[in-house]
Design a protein around this ligand. Structure first.
Ligand SMILES: Nc1ncnc2c1ncn2[C@@H]1O[C@H](COP(=O)(O)OP(=O)(O)O)[C@@H](O)[C@H]1O
Ligand SMILES: [Mg+2]
Length: 255
């Protein structure tokens, strides 16, 4: 090991001790995105090894990694395949104004382009405690979570794929492992897969009369409320289409 490598290894060990910013309603997403994109990476650790050392029960089967950035910021790196769903999910949550997916950017590490996501530190291990995390959350967070899961077809839902953090008596939820939503975007080279195309087509047929039928005729929601719901859903529909298309174009450019 030469002196340069020794310094990097030392920086890595010191950085591990740095406090991770809190996952709360004050975390500056733009700033975190900037740091994830630009800070030098000083150490890469196998995620499962790190979780075991931290006394947590590791979940998941993919070889994901914990990257330590030069300021000590911890982030999770996922390789091609899984990474596209992570990027789409974060951008979707951001477009919807929901603070439930940790900031995630595309980043190249050692020649591999993958997703780099803010690591949400928490002393709560849902894998161990199996507690009903929803009972700790406010209604707004629960509705954001459920709407997000529904809109993004986020099906891989279990104790290992959400983090519950607690600061100053308040609980915060982070939806991690959004790899599964990649069925919304194409995964083969520069081609829209039938899955992706059909998802977009499905979204496009969601229109005012169909929504009116569901909410007003079937569910007997009053006219006024139905109108509000329809406006909200149609706005979100447009946002979803925009985000999916952007993700596709970005990937196409980088392919
Ligand atoms: N952003 C994150 N913040 C905190 N912990 C994370 C994050 N991403 C992953 N982890 C940890 O790593 C484990 C495995 O990650 P996950 O994304 O679920 O991978 P897999 O696809 O293998 O299931 C999670 O259960 C969690 O403990
Ligand atoms: Mg998982």
């Amino acid at each position: 090991m030469n002196i340069h490598m020794l310094i990097i290894a030392l920086l890595g060990s010191l950085s591990l001790l740095a406090a991770q910013p809190l996952w709360d309603n004050r975390l500056d997403f733009e700033e975190i995105e900037h740091r994830l994109k630009h800070e030098r990476i000083v150490e890469i650790i196998d995620m499962h090894t790190f979780l075991k050392k931290s006394g947590k029960i590791p979940s998941g089967t993919h070889p994901i990694q914990l990257a330590i950035l030069e300021s000590g910021l911890k982030a999770v790196f996922k390789k091609p395949g899984a990474c596209y769903g992570e990027i789409a999910a974060y951008n979707m949550a951001k477009a919807l104004g929901m603070r439930i997916v940790p900031p995630t950017v595309m980043r190249e590490i050692k020649g591999v382009r993958g997703s780099l996501q803010f690591y949400v530190e928490s002393s709560i291990d849902l894998m161990r405690s199996h507690q009903d995390y929803r009972s700790k959350l406010d209604e707004k967070t629960i509705s954001h979570e459920q709407l997000f899961n529904y809109l993004m077809c986020r099906w891989d839902i279990h104790a290992g794929n959400q983090i519950l953090a607690k600061h100053k008596g308040k609980y915060y939820l982070a939806l991690i492992d959004n790899a599964g939503v990649r069925s919304l975007i194409h995964t083969t080279k520069n081609k829209i897969t039938t899955m992706y195309a059909s998802t977009l087509e499905k979204l496009k047929v969601v229109d005012r009369p169909k929504l009116e039928l569901v909410w007003h005729e079937l569910l007997k929601v009053n006219r006024n409320r139905t109108e509000k719901l329809i406006d909200l859903i149609l706005t979100r529909k447009e946002q979803i289409i925009e985000v999916i298309l952007k993700t596709k174009i970005k990937k196409k450019r980088s392919a």
